[in-house]
Write a protein that binds this ligand. Structure first.
Ligand SMILES: *[C@@H]1O[C@H](CO)[C@@H](O)[C@H](O)[C@H]1NC(C)=O
Ligand SMILES: *[C@@H]1O[C@H](CO)[C@@H](O)[C@H](O)[C@H]1NC(C)=O
Ligand SMILES: *[C@@H]1O[C@H](CO)[C@@H](O)[C@H](O)[C@H]1NC(C)=O
Ligand SMILES: *[C@@H]1O[C@H](CO)[C@@H](O)[C@H](O)[C@H]1NC(C)=O
Length: 307
């Protein structure tokens, strides 16, 4: 069965992509030359739609004295880039991006990164697996760092495709072929079947050091100057919402959220150290998934790109 044969419908406002809420903008001071910025789009989005990451790229350029912004395109063209969000295994994507960035001379001295939705956990995997060129500040907007247990909406997919994908996730997420072919299965986190998740998840269990502890991952994560996790308080897509702050259900049930500092990943991935060194920043913003205003972006995130 080839998932890639599902039909797609593009909408002009992407749910896992970005809905920029227009509002007036204010200017920030620019001191010194800001680092380049790398963007990684979400599911159902691409590098370059003008109403989505294209406008973010412009906004950053405007407020950073025209620093170099690279919005990642996975694969050689926009169609592949779009499909990658559903069908190209995150391990492959991270590997591909690692090689691409190594060849980009403008990034040699380091870069800041902003991940949109699943792009947030993909960039974190990049920081952990690919420390050169060095990532400095990583901003995750609505990323699912402890995975998802539920997919209420599928951005840009038609309803029958979405129902099919939801069924796959609910009934077969940990089957080998689904893990290989459906991106969202690789971060499907079933708290009622934690052991299956740990053994079968081909992406999230690995980057979260859940099957075994890869010291290199916590070392590399701690090379970041800042890990900024932005949670959308009224998110109707990420289940549970707390995954955006690296939190998840206490194992064995799907109601109660475990405090971050009591979770295994907190120690095993070096988040404790990151927090101790005041490098873990948890921000929240009112609104649905990725519904961020330009004002908020400029006020809260741009300063982190400037220093
Ligand atoms: C966005 O806001 C700016 C400033 O308030 C305004 O000039 C511009 O026309 C708005 N654009 C849209 C598409 O509403
Ligand atoms: C802005 O960029 C220009 C061109 O790169 C440079 O000449 C100028 O000094 C920069 N200004 C500031 C305030 O960094
Ligand atoms: C969004 O969520 C916050 C926190 O749960 C709540 O206080 C606020 O009223 C919600 N806003 C909207 C527009 O629903
Ligand atoms: C865990 O974090 C909470 C705040 O989220 C804090 O009140 C508590 O003291 C922390 N516990 C430990 C053991 O650090």
């Amino acid at each position: 069965m080839r998932l890639a044969s599902c039909a797609f419908y593009l909408l002009s406002c992407l749910t896992f992509g970005l809905c920029l809420v227009n509002s007036s903008s204010s200017d920030s001071e620019v001191n010194g030359a800001p680092l380049p910025v790398v963007l990684w789009h979400g599911m159902g989005d691409t590098c370059c739609f003008p109403f989505s990451l294209g406008s973010i790229k412009k906004l950053i350029e405007e407020h950073t004295n025209g620093t170099y912004v690279r919005s990642l395109k996975i694969g050689g063209n926009l169609v592949l880039d779009y499909e990658s969000g559903f069908f190209i295994h995150p391990n492959k994507q991270v590997d591909y991006v690692c090689k691409q960035l190594a060849q980009d001379e403008k990034l040699t001295d380091g870069y800041n990164a902003i991940g949109f939705s699943q792009g947030g956990q993909f960039l974190r995997a990049l920081a952990q697996r690919c420390p050169s060129p060095p990532m400095r500040t990583l901003i995750s907007l609505g990323g699912q760092h402890q995975g998802i247990f539920g997919l209420p909406k599928c951005p840009t997919l038609k309803q029958s495709s979405c129902e099919y994908i939801t069924k796959l996730l609910n009934y077969a997420a940990y089957e080998d072929w689904v893990q290989q072919q459906l991106v969202q299965a690789t971060y499907w986190h079933d708290p009622l079947h934690e052991t299956s998740y740990r053994l079968k998840s081909t992406f999230l269990a690995d980057i979260n050091n859940e099957l075994y502890v890869n010291e290199r991952y916590s070392e590399n994560l701690n090379k970041l100057k800042r890990l900024v996790l932005v949670k959308f308080l009224n998110d109707t897509i990420v289940q549970p919402k707390e995954s955006q702050w690296f939190q998840f259900y206490e194992p064995g049930q799907d109601q109660h959220i475990q405090p971050l500092n009591q979770s295994k990943v907190y120690e095993n991935l070096g988040l404790a150290l990151l927090e101790q060194r005041k490098r873990l920043h948890l921000l929240s913003v009112e609104g649905d998934h990725l519904a961020i205003s330009k004002d908020w972006f400029v006020k809260h995130l741009v300063p982190m790109l400037l220093d």
